[in-house]
Design a protein around this ligand. Structure first.
Ligand SMILES: C[S@@+](CC[C@H](N)C(=O)[O-])C[C@H]1O[C@@H](n2cnc3c(N)ncnc32)[C@H](O)[C@@H]1O
Length: 219
């Protein structure tokens, strides 16, 4: 099973319940605030999940939310939640062939399960109007959390080497912030960013390596 198929099967089952558990907390509220700050009319979400709570909060502000996700069951729920069957589709953003350009494109709480996220970002930039915004969050590679999960991966590789069965799973994709910032500048984006603990007020840096970026595309 390749990585995309793996995440598709995981998220078809897992995310539908998990999203309610996470709720609509300060982190999600901050994402909505950032995405809606320029009063966009139409936005696109990569990895939209069930559409709740972020898409729902944007829709309540009168914003049309389009999007895509590889998990069909999540897409069916998002289409219903956001009352948008035409604009929400099953698949990877890199398959998008349309030429519509959005006020804001965003990818939140999903980048770490998308291999080759730079390609996704490039596509998001192309799908954004000049002067529009690209918003996303990433997991910081320079974090204890990343080191911890690498140790687990090494342990699992060792078990496999010994012939001990471990369930196949793919790890989180962490991003190097210095490399990411260079990529954004090279692609004509000005950016601001916030670390998760700055948003939530929880100083647990070991478990909060998310960093939110809000980027403006040059006119
Ligand atoms: C943690 S959920 C977040 C959903 C939503 N963004 C939210 O914040 O509620 C991650 C989502 O990304 C989707 N996903 C994973 N890889 C993807 C890809 N390559 N293209 C589009 N969606 C993807 C998963 O199916 C899942 O629904």
């Amino acid at each position: 099973m390749d990585e995309t198929q793996y995440y598709k099967s995981v998220y078809n089952k897992f995310w539908v319940n998990q999203t309610k558990k996470y709720g609509y907390a300060p982190y999600e509220k901050k994402l909505v605030e950032i995405i809606s700050q320029s009063s966009p009319e139409r936005v696109f979400e990569v990895g939209i999940g069930t559409g709740w709570p972020i898409g729902t909060a944007l829709k309540e502000k009168g914003i049309r939310v389009d999007g895509c996700d590889i998990a069909e069951s999540a897409v069916a729920l998002a289409q219903r939640e956001l009352d948008n069957e035409d604009g929400i589709w099953t698949g990877d953003i890199r398959e998008y062939k349309g030429d519509f350009v959005y006020d804001v494109t965003y990818c939140v709480r999903a980048s770490w399960c998308i291999p080759g996220f730079y390609q996704t970002l490039k596509k998001m930039i192309d799908m954004t109007k000049p002067g529009g915004y690209v918003v996303f969050d990433v997991m910081d590679k320079n974090s204890f959390y990343c080191i911890k999960s690498r140790c687990v991966q090494v342990k699992e590789k060792y078990y496999k080497f010994l012939g001990i069965h471990v369930d196949q799973r793919y790890g989180t994709h962490y991003m190097l912030l210095s490399e990411l910032k260079h990529f954004l500048r090279k692609n004509g984006l000005r950016y601001a960013f916030w670390r998760e603990w700055e948003i939530t007020g929880r100083q647990d840096r070991k478990n909060a390596p998310k960093v939110v970026f809000c980027c403006r595309k040059e006119r």
